[in-house]
Design a protein around this ligand. Structure first.
Ligand code: ATP
Ligand code: MG
Length: 655
């Protein structure tokens, strides 16, 4: 007989046992910005004791302020204003500030998918940004106006963002892989006046028809006045009409200098829509000063960024990671940031490794979904290349399974590079939980500890602290400079989504636990938690157990209503290349989970799949899998789904 359901004694049960610890090498630590746990704790204590003094000092160090601030924080929960009286300009901080020392240094190292390469120096980038900024002003764009950006991963994407920042326009970047429909929805929501786009971009050897998508949406984009088109993929003269205007024409007659708009610290910088993993995307609004301070600081600390580094964050600028860690963070630090246009597996499975070896890239920041895809393809591809230039490896976007973490460390990092698993969100603006590579001993699968000044806690729904090794809800209990300020056009949703669980405390939507060392382990979305016979299990750990099996590439676990148990566990599993699905393998995987975790986590049903439904940013969309597992039609928002066919195939595979 099935065990009678017991009332849950806590929010989540933890099932993972991971004991490996990797301290930073003394050699790495001796040269790092933050060299020891003592250094980390000293900063932490300083921030805890006097947050205003701490953040005030950071803000003065990280940014040039045209006018100084007097108030560090004005906190009227749940609304924060940071560095209130200060005036600054982010383009100035990313560009002009470096020109004395770094005019000829490469700011952007670009590689197009077809193999074209460009090095853009700080001097050239400043000129390009100023011309476009002047061009936008000539179109009537003023401080506070919204400008859409729908571009491939080319230097002009950064130019576009910085040109907006220079004149105080609010940019809203839409990922170039999104459809006309998704673009339309975002542009109308943001009320964009101008859209910066391109004829197309290269992906997997074919052209992504950006302009075609814009034209489909244009008749219904009710606020849009002009469309500026950069020529990337076509030859000859662009055929444009109506509201369309060639980028080259707009900038050719503009001056190389442009007086920055010195904006208030709380002036909006950008609106960015979340990935839509859990529902309809939210238009997250970030402002200037606070966002900039955290983006700049975390880029240097978390990646131990130095002047001589060649830094590559593989995220698209359509995601917050691309905003903070491709464009703003690295450029504020005067670094060389790599932009690669295309697919990671084009023309071959070693495109990334070839690029790293050729350009002697030193810091790589990518996502678990990419790491698992590379693992699936086999070790021979990275092993063909000299990756010895790498010194720090970062991960972001999803919980990284210990198996993938170890592979990243050993096969890509040669066992030599610290792995920084960084937890944060569009809403947080910058990294919140992460090891500091010269200080923090790392554990595979843990985002370790909050950065100094960041107060994260695992609480239950009543706001009580959850004891070590038990799961709960992850909150940020004090405001931080780069926190979102609102959901654009929907201030109630801001309060409802983030501050109604516990008043005054920011609710992340994620589940987590802390171990005996106080390390944080992300357990998945609270929405994704499954309740099996009274035990609330975080899906991430069951998935990690499956991924630890030699045949498994990826796994997603969801619940299906079950008369007997309350919820049955359904696992969707993709297999490594060359492994054939079979009923025996299903049995073996079930037994494997029982051995790794225990019978409670053994999936009731295992389904092999060719692929899992993912957002365009590469996150598994478990809410769609829940529908599939429960035999329901999908009613939620699917505009951010990468490939509708994956969903159709999963439905057809039902046994
Ligand atoms: P939506 O909010 O629209 O559902 P989303 O949450 O996927 O979409 P993002 O802001 O891009 O949108 O992603 C943030 C989320 O990604 C976090 O809340 C967390 O669930 C997950 N995440 C990011 N980094 C990590 C990490 N290092 N470990 C575990 N989870 C992570
Ligand atoms: Mg989210």
């Amino acid at each position: 007989m099935a065990e009678a359901p017991r009332p849950p004694s806590q929010e989540f049960h933890s099932v993972l046992a991971e004991n490996r610890v990797f301290p930073p090498s003394p050699e790495f630590a001796s040269r790092a910005h933050i060299r020891s746990m003592e250094d980390y704790r000293r900063l932490w204590d300083e921030a805890e004791r006097d947050p205003d003094a701490y953040w005030g000092a950071r803000a003065r160090e990280e940014l040039y302020w045209k006018e100084p601030f007097q108030t560090v924080l004005d906190w009227k929960p749940p609304h924060a204003r940071w560095f209130v009286e200060g005036r600054t300009n982010l383009a100035y901080n990313c560009l002009d500030r470096h020109l004395d020392k770094r005019r000829d240094k490469t700011a952007i190292l670009f590689e197009g998918e077809p193999g074209d390469r460009r090095k853009v120096t700080y001097g050239e980038l400043t000129r390009d940004v100023n011309r476009l900024a002047n061009g936008l002003r000539s179109l009537g764009v003023r401080k506070g106006d919204r400008v859409g950006i729908y571009l491939p991963m080319i230097p002009e994407a950064a130019v576009a963002m910085l040109a907006c920042a220079r004149i105080g326009a609010v940019h809203s970047v839409v990922f170039g892989g999104f459809s006309a429909e998704a673009l339309l929805e975002r542009m109308n929501d943001a009320g964009a006046r101008v859209l910066l786009t391109a004829d197309g971009g290269w992906r997997k050897g074919v052209v992504v028809p950006l302009l075609e998508n814009v034209r489909k949406a244009l008749p219904q984009m009710n606020s849009l006045e002009r469309v500026v088109v950069f020529q990337r993929t076509t030859q000859g003269t662009l055929q444009l009409s109506g509201k369309e205007l060639a980028w080259s024409e707009l900038v050719s007659k503009q001056s190389d200098t442009c007086e920055p708009e010195w904006v208030e610290s709380e002036h909006p910088l950008f609106i960015l829509y979340t990935s839509g993993s859990t529902g309809k995307p939210k238009g997250v609004l970030h402002t200037t000063g606070g966002y900039a301070v955290n983006a700049s600081l975390t880029t240097r600390w978390v990646f131990d960024l130095k002047d001589e580094d060649v830094y590559w964050c593989t995220a698209d600028v359509g995601w917050v990671t691309g905003h903070s860690y491709v464009v703003y963070g690295p450029l504020m630090n005067g670094a060389t940031t790599v932009i690669y246009e295309g697919a990671p597996n084009h023309p071959g499975p070693d495109r990334f490794w070839d690029l790293i070896a050729r350009e002697k890239i030193t810091i790589l920041y990518t996502a678990p979904t990419a790491i698992r895809a590379f693992m699936r393809l086999g070790d021979e591809h990275p092993k063909r290349h000299d990756l010895s230039s790498l010194r720090v490896l970062g991960s972001v976007g999803e919980p990284i399974n210990p198996e993938a973490w170890m592979w990243y460390r050993d096969v890509i990092g040669g066992g030599r590079c610290p792995v920084v698993d960084t937890w944060w969100q569009t809403e947080t603006g910058s990294i919140m939980l992460s090891p500091l590579p010269g200080a923090t001993p790392t554990k595979p699968g843990s985002a370790t500890l909050p950065l100094p000044g960041i107060h994260t806690e695992v609480l239950d729904r009543q706001g009580n602290s959850v004891p070590a090794n038990q799961g709960g809800l992850l909150f940020v209990t004090r405001p931080w400079p780069s926190m979102l300020r609102t959901v654009y056009g929907d201030p109630d949703r801001y309060v409802r989504t983030y501050f109604s669980e516990l008043p005054g405390k920011y609710f992340t939507g994620d589940g987590a636990r802390r171990d005996n060392d106080g390390y944080f382990w992300l357990m998945g979305r609270v929405d994704d938690v499954v309740n099996v016979a009274g035990h609330r299990l975080g899906t991430a750990e069951v998935e990690s157990a499956l991924v630890a099996h030699k045949s498994v590439s990826e796994a997603a676990v969801v619940g299906r209503p079950d008369e007997l148990k309350g919820t049955a566990l359904v696992a969707f599993v993709t297999l490594k290349q060359g492994v054939a699905p079979s009923p025996e393998l299903k049995k073996e995987l079930g037994a494997h989970v029982t051995k790794e975790i225990g019978a409670i986590a053994r999936p009731d049903e295992i389904r092999f799949a060719e692929g899992l439904p993912k957002t365009r940013s590469g996150k598994i969309m478990r809410r769609l899998l829940r529908d599939v597992a429960g035999g329901k039609q999908t009613t939620g928002d699917v505009t951010t789904l990468e490939d509708l066919n994956v969903l159709a195939t999963l439905r057809n595979n039902e046994e």
